[in-house]
Write a protein that binds this ligand. Structure first.
Ligand SMILES: [Zn+2]
Length: 304
């Protein structure tokens, strides 16, 4: 099953767009290889509002959010996870509005924030936005916890995988799910090591497929209007990739570059590291399952 990715073109950073009766969106000026056209910050409710994924530490974006909510009360700043394109603006926004910061746990300590993340931000093709180690919610939310305003109810849905602290948020009044980086219409989700976990990610995909939400609203890119079909295509894609990797190991491939060369024929050289990171996330999971053994040198793999 091929994934039909979604694109959009009518993007103006800082403009406030109406997405649905209860939802508005302002896109931050941080377009890039992991952020597509930029972080899409959602404003939920009217009069008393929640702001979901306030975005990067960028004064222009915070000012745009303050302008979009002028005359209203921001009651909650809601954060899906601690990548730097999602959570850092929570501090400036909280100090300007007095709103409570609620949502995910602090950045996972096992993510050392080392070379994989920081280094690869520059070459612009692999990895993921680095971690926001300063994030601390006033109230940490867990699966099923709710936050309420006069016109909205948001319920946390634990969706580890992209990163262990990832939460989606259901808007009960509209049967809509804010999916953060868990499900995005424009791209597959990177599962960076060591804070990502492919097995958890696949379980979290099954979890959001089982829900009956009308729409998914990712933090990057357009609304997903056929969420179940889209998420099922993502799941099928990952399962097919895993079968292909096992098959390549059976045929004699031993390293990540060999597997990338076999499976991503014709891929732009600059994307090989990103493809390698994806293959690695599968190999880590296959090793944990006991399907694959990892040689002591760390670079070669074989079927168990
Ligand atoms: Zn992320």
């Amino acid at each position: 099953m091929a994934i039909e990715f979604l694109t959009w073109s009518d993007v103006e950073h800082g403009r406030c767009d109406t997405v649905s009766p209860l939802i508005r969106r302002v896109i931050a000026p941080n377009p890039g290889p992991y952020t597509y056209t930029g972080t899409g910050t959602y404003i939920v409710g009217h009069g008393e509002v929640a702001i979901i994924d306030p975005g990067p530490d960028d004064d222009t974006h915070v000012d745009a959010l303050l302008a979009a909510t002028a005359g209203e009360t921001v009651s909650h700043i809601v954060v899906t996870h601690t990548h730097r394109d999602h959570s850092p603006a929570s501090r400036a926004l909280a100090s300007e509005t007095g709103a409570a910061i609620v949502g995910c746990a602090p950045h996972p300590p096992e993510d050392t924030g080392s070379d994989l993340h920081e280094g690869e931000a520059d070459d612009g093709v692999a990895g993921e936005e680095p971690g926001d180690f300063h994030f601390l919610a006033d109230r940490e939310l867990h699966h099923g916890d709710r936050v309420r305003g006069t016109s909205f109810t948001l319920e946390a849905v634990a969706t580890p995988g992209h990163i262990s602290n990832h939460l989606c948020f259901a808007l009960v009044e509209e049967e809509a799910l804010f999916t953060g980086d868990h499900v995005m219409g424009w791209s597959t989700t990177v599962i960076p090591q060591p804070a990502g976990d492919l097995r958890q990610y696949l379980r979290s995909l099954e979890l959001v497929i089982e829900r009956s939400d009308e729409r998914f609203l990712p933090t990057h890119g357009p609304v997903i209007d056929e969420p179940v079909r889209f998420a099922e295509a993502l799941l099928a894609h990952r399962r097919q990739r895993e079968r292909q990797i096992v098959e390549q190991l059976r045929l004699g491939s031993r390293s990540i570059p060999e597997i990338v060369a076999a499976l991503y024929v014709g891929l732009d050289e600059r994307l090989h590291r990103a493809a390698g990171a994806s293959v690695q996330s599968h190999l880590v999971a296959l090793c944990a399952d006991g399907t694959v053994d990892h040689d002591a040198d760390g670079d070669t793999y074989r079927l168990s």
